[in-house]
Unconditional design. Structure first.
Length: 367
């Protein structure tokens, strides 16, 4: 790793963080002036009116972070890097989902309509020839045909986007899980010496950390606290889905060979993915609609089990870090089959959820 590959990601991070820091106070004043608040209700854990457009800083911050760092790269190398035409299709998908998130936060949209838009933007990935084409031993599969890879990619994209969106229930959770995943992706792409994706992850981290500061440490009574809203969670989910597909796709012309790429990439988002699948299955078993809101997500279970919001945050983030460490050791050091690793993950996650449910029931019975 040379000095350029260290300087440029740091530049992307700092520019993105600086832009977010400049925009955020203005955005909070706008929310106060226009009354753009997330109001408390029986499903939500907050008790104050909180500005809900914090995630609107992500796209301009990331865009400027990328532009400045790419311009610096062109100055160093004497020319702009070549962009594949499919890049512009992905950027179009980003702006579509950004716009839908803004509209939902401003005026509210039907869940089915938002899902239809998410589906349309998920189609941009295989349309750009970006799809999971190798399971690398997971479920006993290796390379797969496009008729398997395309629908799996679309399903996985929808799963990731909605998992980030729906786990955004307590302060710092969606942003904290995203920072963990993005930091890991930054390390993975840097080790592969793929500069453009390292710059993208660095820009994302810069913007998300600024939001996370306001979300965790801002004061509602001073008007300095904010939520990311669907604007932020949908963009984060889509960006993470893109990074998962990019890292997972087997293409030696783009990325060098890397073992268990799909399993490693999905491990970085294991908690939100598993939690969404569990909640969806629970709703299905109980005959509820897939878009029916409830209080059965992992952060709800933690708080029902007697843990505070901050304790719940630390527990879930720690669990995510544990799964990353466990899977890296099992897959890369012990060479355990990815299918076996997935089975271990499911058992451990299910055991943790069962413990939370039992603890919550005991707590309720003792009251």
């Amino acid at each position: 790793m040379n000095s350029v590959s260290i300087f440029l990601p740091l530049l992307a991070f700092l520019v993105s963080a600086a832009v977010a820091s400049i925009i955020m106070p203005w955005l909070l004043r706008l929310c106060k002036k226009k009354g753009l608040y997330d109001l408390p209700d029986e499903r939500k854990v907050h008790t104050n009116n909180i500005p809900r457009l914090g995630g609107a800083v992500f796209v301009p911050s990331i865009l400027l972070g990328m532009c400045v760092s790419v311009y610096a790269l062109s100055a160093i190398e004497g020319g702009f890097p070549a962009f594949h035409p499919s890049t512009f299709a992905i950027v179009t998908g980003v702006f579509i989902i950004y716009l839908i998130g803004l509209l939902d936060d401003l005026m509210g949209l039907r869940a089915t309509f938002k899902f239809a838009i998410q589906l349309s933007t998920a189609l941009f990935l295989p349309f750009c020839n970006l799809y999971v084409n190798n399971f690398d031993g997971l479920f006993g599969l290796g390379e797969v045909a496009v008729w398997v890879g395309y629908p799996f990619t679309i399903l996985l994209c929808l799963l990731i986007v909605n998992s980030i969106n729906l786990i955004d229930g307590i302060d710092g959770l969606a942003s904290g899980l995203s920072v963990i995943a993005l930091t890991a992706f930054a390390v993975l792409f840097a080790r592969l010496d793929v500069l453009m994706y390292t710059l993208l992850t660095a820009s994302l981290i810069g913007a998300v950390l600024v939001f996370m500061y306001y979300n965790l440490f801002g004061k509602a009574e001073r008007g300095t606290k904010t939520f990311m809203g669907d604007t932020g969670s949908l963009i984060l989910g889509y960006a993470l889905a893109y990074l998962v597909m990019k890292y997972s796709m087997s293409n030696s012309a783009v990325l060098p060979a890397r073992p268990h790429a799909l399993m490693i990439a999905c491990t970085l988002l294991l908690i939100p993915i598993f939690d969404l699948i569990r909640v969806a299955l629970t709703r299905l078993v109980h005959g509820k609609g897939m878009f029916h809101p409830d209080k059965t997500h992992i952060h709800h279970l933690c708080m029902a089990a007697g843990f505070s919001m901050r304790q719940s945050l630390v527990m879930i983030l720690s669990a995510q870090l544990f799964f990353i460490l466990l899977n890296v050791c099992l897959l890369l050091l012990a060479n355990v089959s990815p299918t076996v690793v997935l089975a271990i993950d499911i058992l451990l996650f299910a055991g943790g959820i069962w413990w939370l449910i039992l603890r919550g029931k005991r707590l309720n019975n003792s009251i």
